[in-house]
Design a protein around this ligand. Structure first.
Ligand SMILES: Cc1ncc(COP(=O)(O)O)c(C=O)c1O
Length: 285
């Protein structure tokens, strides 16, 4: 039976749905998360998700719960057929009032089971419309790249629009350069080169972004990471977005920008076909 509306939480290995009110994840966003696509019981790109979470734990000085523990707990969730979403949250656990971390940290682990989002599957083929958000992403090399729990910038950006025809919003950093979508990484294709914003100041080092970069290398497509502004966006021949759940979404229109509608381009399609063959995307066919 595919998972429809049910939610299951495993908190520190126990089936419950609440955390102690003193948890630092709630008070300070003091923690990390991963959103993993699960297909027929198999978590996709599992090692890459674990690596990013471990790297985030090292950078935030939170003890990493360990792959074995997370795998064991994943195995204790119901395993419905088809696609579902696993969200893993690790926080620094409880602590007294005040920012100072407790001398002995006992991290909290949450495994949350969610239904697959109801995105139309044809978005991967037909493409999506996006908008440029006015909310900007702050610069902070200390936090850039990791998937920490502080996501207020994304919450503010996502509250900028309600139009269901707009699938995603693009975000700029304080310097006016592109960083990412609110929930995705951004790629531009210009003169055969695949470009994606560098993540030294802001943004999340997406698991799917790495998969796409890897696929470009295999296909001998030159990849550039760097600073790209709105001009480069408007001049791009192809634009696409990535994350672990959407895979690759071609962008066919930037609402409000001149230039009108585009078609999903040949490099985006080649990457998608190649990655589908490798079963690196969460869609079929
Ligand atoms: C802000 C942000 N950037 C990028 C991504 C893409 O990350 P991933 O490819 O690991 O899903 C996400 C995913 O949720 C995100 O929230």
């Amino acid at each position: 039976m595919p998972l429809t509306a049910a939610l299951m939480f495993l908190i520190n290995g126990e089936h419950r749905d609440s955390l102690p009110a003193g948890d630092r994840g709630l008070h300070y966003g003091d923690g990390l998360f991963e959103t993993v696509a699960v297909i027929d019981g198999r978590p996709q790109h599992w090692q890459a998700h674990l690596r990013r979470m471990e790297d985030g734990c090292v950078r935030l000085k939170i003890p990493f719960p360990g792959a074995a523990m997370l795998e064991d707990e994943f195995g204790r969730l119901p395993s419905p057929a088809g696609r579902w979403v696993l969200k893993i949250i690790v926080t620094r656990g409880g602590g007294g009032r005040g920012y100072r971390p407790p001398p002995v940290v006992q991290p909290a682990r949450l495994l949350c089971q969610y239904p697959w989002p109801d995105y139309p599957d044809d978005r991967a083929v037909q493409g999506v419309r996006v908008r440029l958000c006015t909310t900007r992403l702050g610069s902070n090399p200390l936090l850039a790249g990791i998937k920490h729990l502080n996501r207020l910038e994304q919450v503010m950006a996502r509250s900028e629009w309600n139009d269901p025809a707009i699938a995603e919003g693009l975000m700029l950093g304080l310097d006016g350069n592109l960083v990412s979508g609110t929930m995705s990484n951004l790629f531009l294709v210009s003169q055969g080169r695949v470009r994606t914003p560098g993540l030294s100041q802001a943004g999340v080092a997406g698991v799917m972004r790495d998969q796409v970069i890897e696929a470009c290398r295999r296909l001998n497509l030159p990849v550039e990471t760097g600073a790209f502004g709105v001009k480069e966006l408007q001049r791009a021949e192809e634009i696409f977005l990535t994350n672990s759940l959407i895979g690759i979404w071609p962008v066919i229109e930037i609402a409000g920008a001149s230039g009108g509608e585009m078609q999903p381009g040949p490099i985006t399609r080649t990457l998608r076909t190649h990655m589908l063959e490798l079963e690196a995307l969460p869609q079929h066919g």
